[in-house]
Design a binder for this molecule. Structure first.
Ligand code: 4AD
Ligand code: MG
Length: 474
């Protein structure tokens, strides 16, 4: 359907051609001598209106009620101009085959249904306008991500999903466990048994072939090893956080894009983050017009203008210390009081980007070292680190990044002070022993980018199959 521009004026030069449409029926309207069948194939938002006269081959299928919402169909027809107000062209059906009929219980009928309801139908929600559009924009953002980094000479590196290290040091990791064959049943099928000691407690030492292992929270440390060999690299893959937060911005499984720049400092890092965000936003504005119009009308009024500003304007930069000043002076009352040294809560982040700077993305830099991860480079003041977070309206923190501590003695001291096991980081420390370079990188939560670019307010609607506490169905 996208191939003939979804029935728009641009398809007019195809008048008279015979085409085949394969897709799913959205609506059926029968009139005395013709039936209108709207078909969508997911290639674009628009349906193809197929008009079937009662003397057409296969019309008995209409009469027998086989063509109902949700059914899959194969339709051959001629492109003709349309009298309807919604489209310029339509398909005059010559032959129709019902590939798979749809039971009348099909739960997504034409009336508008809530996104909460659709979350319980995650297997069928891609058949709706909104989720079709979100899926296509998500795809465009992924494509533009690779395009941006490839055009700028970054090498894509696959970081592992199973790992022994905890990059963020926050202990928010899922453990990997091995299924043990059920010896009583003849070893046919494994049972879901966690290895236990004789005393009955979980035997962690056995989890991953005799070693303890987790699902990765970030590919950064692995990315650093490749950046200190191949120069600029990026990772793009799934990451996992065992934080029990039920918010509209947190998932237990999310995709992260993590570039790592060699011979680079925090300024280079912020410049890269800004150029990247502007590039991908511009890409969807230019290449996903029909879907963006849907969001602009139904999801967030004015999103197209908001995003156009992001592409054109310079982002605000300020230090953490200045951000605290600004929050202390704010007339607004916050639930969490602010003082130097505190972590910024989402209410603070939203105030800064939405109210203090009128919807412009804001980069805050130089955070207190005590609230940031061990690998961040210490600033000369001894109190702060070369960290940066990019905050955007509606979403809050979209990007977290830093210049990395490339000096061996500083890094070792930091690990000691945090009581982290230096031995387990032997390979990471080696990077500082053999040809260390200043380097910096950031992580961008891909679903938060999808939220930002579509206006979808809940992160559960920005990923096909959301994983949140208590939900792993589908
Ligand atoms: O700020 P974070 O924790 O930073 C890191 O993981 C660094 N290792 C990144 C790096 O420097 N290479 O996470 C980075 C981003 C956040 O800014 C946020 O957009 C997203 O990942 N994120 C989440 N997205 C969805 N659900 C969650 N639970 C998320 N936690 C972080
Ligand atoms: Mg962060």
């Amino acid at each position: 359907i996208a191939d003939i521009k979804g029935g728009s004026e641009e398809g007019l030069d195809r008048l008279g051609e015979t085409l085949v449409v394969r897709g799913w029926v959205r609506t059926v309207r029968a009139q005395s001598s013709v039936t209108f069948i709207d078909v969508n194939d997911g290639s674009c938002l628009s349906n193809m209106q197929c008009v079937m006269a009662s003397d057409t081959e296969g019309y008995d299928q209409v009469e027998n009620g086989l063509i109902s919402t949700g059914a899959s169909v194969w339709i051959e027809g001629t492109v003709v101009s349309s009298q309807g107000s919604k489209q310029k062209i339509e398909l005059k059906v010559q032959k129709l085959v019902v590939v798979g009929k749809s039971d009348p219980s099909f739960p997504i009928q034409k009336k508008r249904v809530s996104r909460e309801f659709l979350r319980t139908k995650a297997h069928l929600r891609p058949r709706t306008n909104t989720f079709g559009a979100v899926s296509r924009v998500r795809n465009a953002l992924a494509y533009a991500t690779h395009k941006f980094f490839q055009e700028n000479g970054f090498v894509w590196v696959s970081s592992p999903i199973i790992t022994a290290s905890d990059c963020e040091g926050a202990g928010e990791q899922f453990c990997v466990t091995t299924l043990i064959p059920n010896s009583n049943e003849g070893g046919e099928s494994p049972v879901n048994a966690i290895p236990t000691t004789e005393a009955g407690s979980v035997d962690w030492s056995q989890d991953f072939f005799g070693k303890r292992a987790y699902l990765t929270v970030s590919g950064q440390l692995n990315g650093e090893t490749y950046a200190t060999a191949l120069s600029d690299i990026y990772t793009f893959g799934p990451t996992f956080r065992a934080e029990n937060s039920n918010t509209s911005r947190h998932l237990a499984e999310f995709w992260m894009i993590e570039p790592e720049l060699a011979f680079a400092d925090l300024d280079d890092d912020m410049a890269c983050a800004t150029a990247y965000l502007q590039y991908v936003v511009k890409y969807v504005l230019e290449n996903c017009k029909e879907d963006m119009d849907l969001f602009n009308t139904w999801i967030e009024k004015g999103i197209i203008n908001r995003l156009s500003d992001v592409v054109e304007k310079n982002f605000v930069q300020l230090t953490y210390t200045d951000a605290i000043e600004l929050l202390l002076k704010a007339k607004k009352k916050f639930d969490f009081p602010v003082k130097w040294g505190c972590d910024l809560q989402s209410e603070h982040e939203r105030y800064i980007t939405e109210e203090a700077f009128g919807g412009c993305p804001v980069i805050i830099r130089d955070y207190p070292k005590d609230i940031k991860a061990f690998y961040m480079r210490q600033n000369d003041d001894g109190k702060t680190v070369a960290a940066m977070d990019m905050l955007v309206p509606r979403v809050g923190e979209l990007i977290g990044g830093s210049q990395r501590e490339e000096r061996l003695e500083y890094l070792e001291e930091r690990l000691d002070n945090l009581n982290l096991n230096k031995e387990s980081f032997w390979w990471y420390l080696d990077l500082r022993r053999y040809g260390s370079v200043p380097h910096a990188g950031f992580g961008l939560g891909f679903e938060r980018l999808v939220q930002f670019a579509t206006g979808i307010d809940n992160i559960r609607d920005a990923i096909p199959f959301p994983r949140t506490p208590g939900s792993a169905e589908f």
